[in-house]
Write a protein that binds this ligand. Structure first.
Ligand SMILES: NC(=O)c1ccc[n+]([C@@H]2O[C@H](COP(=O)([O-])OP(=O)(O)OC[C@H]3O[C@@H](n4cnc5c(N)ncnc54)[C@H](OP(=O)(O)O)[C@@H]3O)[C@@H](O)[C@H]2O)c1
Length: 284
């Protein structure tokens, strides 16, 4: 049976990949940093490894046919992913599915997009055989505003009325599971988006409808946004988020792709479906 290693198994997309692999005829091995207690949902087995520990990575990759690669956003992201690609190639893994980001480009003003592009180029030049998934902004990222929404009935971001084809993380999981368990995806790259480009005002309206209480979105200046985050997040992350939002505000993340329905056989989940599924998190 095909054995698939899922990194970031306790995180957003890794967790969604494991959920989507459940019930398919594969052995799903979750890579975790701590021995999982309780067991990671959807995993048939676990491997304890840190991206910064090459020996543990090699052990986690033993007898693995394919792998899902995601690291948290960090200044170490590219270095960790290159190390994982080297380890996967050495282990003879047939396919690595790399989580990148929509519009990744080495000359992007957005640092996260440059980091992802560096990984994509390395994989193209050095292998192993791989598939790139390029998701847009995660709808589940809105959960970072949930405390604020519960407390104040609103949230803000420096995005104006720009529309973004934000994607539901569950669709990233479904798309990854599809490319990990069917043929024809090596060397391919897929943009993963929602079914439509939506403004943050539209997002607030969806949460209002799902929770039954008014939720307002306010456009804020980059300086106001940064002032709320400085000291809470490290400076590289605050600056990276400002770059991300400036990119969204310029309308550079509005294109809609059909890759989610094409790969999964079901429509991409939209903002109303997201808001209904997570309504409790936004309800006071
Ligand atoms: N947010 C967005 O809108 C968006 C859009 C497009 C692309 N992306 C990309 O998505 C990626 C983040 O994905 P995600 O949201 O699924 O991540 P996540 O929820 O932050 O999860 C990160 C996972 O990595 C694990 N991890 C952290 N440090 C590790 C280490 N040193 N060694 C091994 N495992 C480690 C964490 O495990 P622990 O439980 O042990 O911490 C966790 O399981 C980033 O590359 C980002 O650029 C994000």
């Amino acid at each position: 049976m095909r054995r698939i290693l899922v990194t970031g198994a306790t995180g957003a997309t890794g967790g969604a990949v494991l959920q989507a692999l459940a019930g398919r005829n594969v052995t799903a091995r979750a890579m975790v940093r701590q021995p999982a207690e309780p067991a990671v949902t959807g995993a048939d087995e676990t491997a304890v490894a840190d991206f910064d520990d090459p020996a543990a990575l090699a052990a986690a990759l033993a007898d693995v046919d394919a792998a899902y690669l995601v690291t948290p956003s960090s200044e170490q992201a590219a270095r960790r992913q290159l190390r994982f690609l080297d380890a996967a190639r050495a282990a003879g893994v047939d396919q690595v599915v790399i989580l990148s980001q929509l519009a990744a480009a080495e000359d992007s003003p957005v640092r996260f997009l440059r980091w992802h592009a560096e990984v994509e180029r390395y994989a193209a030049e050095h292998g192993p055989a791989h598939t790139v998934l390029r998701p847009n902004l995660f709808l589940q990222g809105t959960l970072a505003f949930a405390d604020l929404i519960r407390a104040t009935g609103g949230f803000g971001a420096p995005i104006g009325d720009a529309a973004v084809s934000a994607v539901d993380v569950r669709d990233i999981g479904d798309a990854a599971a599809a490319v990990l368990t069917s043929d024809g995806h090596l060397g391919r790259s897929y943009d993963l988006t929602g079914p439509a480009a939506i403004t943050h005002t539209r997002l607030a309206e969806a949460i209002s409808a799902a929770t039954g209480r008014p939720v307002h979105f306010a456009d804020v200046s980059p300086d106001q946004f940064a002032a709320q985050l400085r000291g809470v997040l490290p400076d590289w992350q605050v600056d990276g988020l400002l770059e991300d939002y400036a990119h969204y505000r310029r309308g550079e993340a509005a294109a809609v792709s059909t890759a989610v329905p094409d790969l999964t056989g079901h429509p991409a989940r939209g903002v109303d479906e997201f808001a209904r599924a997570y309504a409790d998190a936004f309800r006071a």
